[in-house]
Ligand binder design. Structure first.
Ligand code: NAI
Length: 350
């Protein structure tokens, strides 16, 4: 039998936490044969609710769940964890300035970074969900120098999955037949949902989404704005922000990172083949917010969402995709916003 893996969820008493912890305990994140020990962190005002979640986890009798740590102590929460899903944060309240929200979250991510750096297992993989997700992840990276920049990511998989869902609805095809959409940039309304390289499985082989939709107006307009503003549409409908889809996408993010994207290892060996025959030999990629190395002329040193493939627990940015002029502008616009956020975050630190 496999040794249990310790998985940290911060903000575990919140609404994403409530949807996420049972998924982890059922093996949705790390696979059906991987036992887990859940570490759940929240703040003292939520301690009683957190304990209630722990009681329910016990009551659900999950066979894979080998233990639950529910705590308000950051060090206890971080000790020995190999996966950290950072959902806890300070929400924007009515009348608050962007800078005030940023300042609260920068302080939280700075202190949790040092706890993770000191007490998490070596090679711990971190996923930041709490907003501003990219910038929180960047702060975490800066203040956890012992954690490799390769191990600090943020969630844009929800946006990626939303884009797959929109294409699937539009073309009336199963969502599992759609692949290779891309979310570029920030997890905010400046993100660029890009379908230029996306394909759909058809009886006649893989076909580009652009060819099948054949309506540029929709692709360049409503498709992009629907994905960009989906979070707001969910709040309007539910009076609460996305939770089940966020939790599910967080599981997708970690699962693909740890267990690999489809053909993720083969691709690495044949990377030259992949783009020579787009639509036939193309592998599958997913979107992840990762530390930019300057690929696609995105400024290095930002946490920016790119298309990636994963093999053996390592992500690699998909290289060589042609970027047209319209896309270039959108890639730059969302990078500019992230550069500004980074400056704002630093101004909160000083
Ligand atoms: P929520 O307010 O229901 O839960 C947040 C939890 O974090 C609360 O229980 C709160 O007590 C806790 N918390 C606050 N400060 C903390 C700290 N210092 N340490 C540990 N826990 C702390 O919010 P919800 O709906 O669960 O969303 C969580 C975050 O995820 C928000 O920032 C939201 O904006 C973000 N989000 C990100 C998405 C993405 O795709 N990246 C999608 C949806 C939400």
């Amino acid at each position: 039998a496999k040794e249990p893996v310790r998985v940290l969820v911060t903000g575990a008493a919140g609404q994403i936490g409530y949807a996420l912890v049972p998924m982890i305990a059922r093996g949705v994140m790390l696979g059906p044969d991987q036992p887990v020990i859940l570490h759940m962190l929240d703040i003292p005002p939520a301690a009683e609710a957190l304990n209630g979640v722990k009681m329910e986890l016990v009551d659900a009798a999950f066979p894979l769940l080998k233990g639950v740590v529910a705590t308000t102590d950051v060090v206890e929460a971080c000790t020995g964890v190999s996966i950290a899903v950072m959902v806890g944060g300070f929400p924007r309240k009515e009348g608050m300035e962007r800078k005030d929200v940023m300042s609260k979250n920068v302080a939280i991510y700075k202190s949790q970074a040092s706890a993770l750096g000191s007490y998490a297992a070596a090679n711990c993989k971190v996923l930041v969900v709490a907003n501003p997700a990219n910038t929180n992840a960047l702060i975490l990276k800066e203040f956890a120098p012992s954690i490799s920049e390769k191990n600090i990511t943020c969630l844009t998989r929800l946006d990626h999955n939303r884009a797959l869902g929109q294409v699937s609805e539009r073309l009336n095809v199963p969502v599992s037949d759609v692949k290779n959409v891309i979310i570029w940039g920030n997890h905010s309304s400046t993100q660029y949902p890009d379908v230029n390289h996306a394909t759909v499985k058809t009886p006649a082989g893989e076909k580009p989404v652009r060819e099948l939709v054949a309506n540029d107006e929709w692709l360049h307009g409503e498709f992009i704005t629907t994905v960009q503003q989906r979070g707001a549409a969910i709040i309007k409908a539910r009076k609460l922000s996305s939770a089940l889809s966020a939790a599910s996408s967080a599981c997708d993010h970690i699962r693909d990172w740890v267990l690999g994207t489809p053909e993720g290892c083969i691709e690495r060996k044949h990377s030259l083949l992949i783009f020579s025959s787009v639509g036939t030999l193309q592998g599958t990629w997913v979107s992840m917010g990762v530390y930019s190395d300057g690929s696609y002329n995105v400024p290095a040193g930002l946490i920016y969402s790119f298309p990636v493939t994963c093999c053996n627990g390592v992500w690699t940015i998909v290289q060589g995709l042609p970027i047209d002029d319209l896309s270039r502008k959108k890639l730059d616009l969302t990078a500019e916003e992230l550069t500004e956020e980074k400056a704002l975050a630093y101004s909160c630190l000083s």
